[in-house]
Design a protein around this ligand. Sequence first.
Ligand SMILES: C[S@@+](CC[C@H](N)C(=O)[O-])C[C@H]1O[C@@H](n2cnc3c(N)ncnc32)[C@H](O)[C@@H]1O
Length: 283
Amino acid sequence: MFFALLLTSLRRFFSLAGRSIWLGSSVVEQGPEKPCVGGAIPSPATKLNMGSLIKTNFRLTKNEDLCFFRPVSWFEPLRWEEVFRSKKDPRISRSKVHVDLGAGDGGFIRARARNHPEVNFLAVERLLGRARKIARGAFRDGLDNVRVLRIEAAYAVEHLFSPHSITSISIFFPDPWPKRRHRKNRLIQPSFLECCARTLRLDGWLMMKTDDASYFEHIEEVLGKCKTLQRWDGVHPEILLPEKTDFERDFLKEKRQIYFVAAKPIVSRNAERGICNLRNHCE
Ligand SMILES: C[S@@+](CC[C@H](N)C(=O)[O-])C[C@H]1O[C@@H](n2cnc3c(N)ncnc32)[C@H](O)[C@@H]1O
């Protein structure tokens, strides 16, 4: 029994170490790209550093800790009911989950969470200082529906989010990596978008914004080739997500152009039929 458990843990450790995750300091190798299909664990351009992964035992103040979520296991999909268990009243349950990837200082997510107390909001941010700031702000504002996860966004999407469990995802002003040789570091990559599509509910959606024209071109190109997401034209962020991010406020002051695109999962006929059956059954 003991040896079987040891073997499973070792297998898991080496299968992840062979991939690539990044959590904050040095960088390890990158795994081969694989498409993200069904429940299979893919390997997008995430970089994993097992040393930093273990260093997730960082210190927080008591108030910050209330808004942070630190999974017991970094290798299993999260259970939203655990992540968002209300600190005020454990009977409260909200079914919608919005995930903000690269949440920065959290201005957007806090404003959105205030306006939508019926939705759960997860801020994913890899920089500890920024993640702590989001948590402090959420605590100060008394937001029981916000949690902060300090981790690399692509790793979270790939390994920590269950299929079809997220209502909406925002990726606002991801680091543009303007130099050609650095472009491989951009968060938006084909396999990353496939993973996002997999985690979205069938009626879910994703929105991306950037002020960088070349990054936007890249996003449009990757999205255009994505087989599991389709552009959702005819929707405007002012209507869908009117709250501004911290970077956006600055860019607007500087009168910089802001590019955006929204997308929805491509729903197969069978899946659609599944939804209809479910609706008929419930009505
Ligand atoms: C340019 S800032 C934008 C922040 C925020 N979305 C806004 O609009 O104000 C990008 C943020 O994403 C975070 N970030 C960049 N790459 C990330 C990654 N791979 N995983 C998680 N966070 C990331 C950075 O630390 C930074 O806080």
